[in-house]
Design a protein around this ligand. Sequence first.
Ligand code: FES
Ligand code: FES
Length: 181
Amino acid sequence: MIDLKKTLTKENPLPEAVSFSLNGQWSHFHVAPSRRLVDLLRLDLNMTGTKISCEVGRCGSCMVLMDGKPVNACLVMAYQCEGRAIETIEGLQDEKTDDVQGAFLEEGALQCGYCTPGMIVSLKGLLNENEDPTYDELKQSLSGNICRCTGYGGINRVLVRLSSESATREAGNGGESHQRL
Ligand code: FES
Ligand code: FES
């Protein structure tokens, strides 16, 4: 759990400048104390891979990684990123992320695609801590992500495909096929 609480006093007010690692690059921003991380990303930096929808932490479309863990960028103030490592969908480039993205494409797990970056970020957050998650662990990792168009069939197939149970099944089947729900 990431502790975002800061003790604010007259001597220690909200900062108007913030420095943090953004997709691996140390960055310095001047931001109003009321600026949210999602607005800094989308409006100030034009990094629109992070989506915005409900704005109250319910849909997961704004998910980014903070120190490797998923957080809702609509609920994080920019000043709370001080000293942290923030990763957005634009910065996730590694083998595990490729596997997840490939599974979304091959299983037809998106329609409009608006929820997809947030889901990939959430799954990457799980894989950062657990390289070989079960289906239930994968499903739990998407508990904060909502899709409004696919009906979840394709997304469910992604979870089956990425699960440790699937890897075991594939080994037993000589890697021939993925089981569909
Ligand atoms: S826009 Fe942040 S959770 Fe919905
Ligand atoms: S694909 Fe449209 S909201 Fe999920």
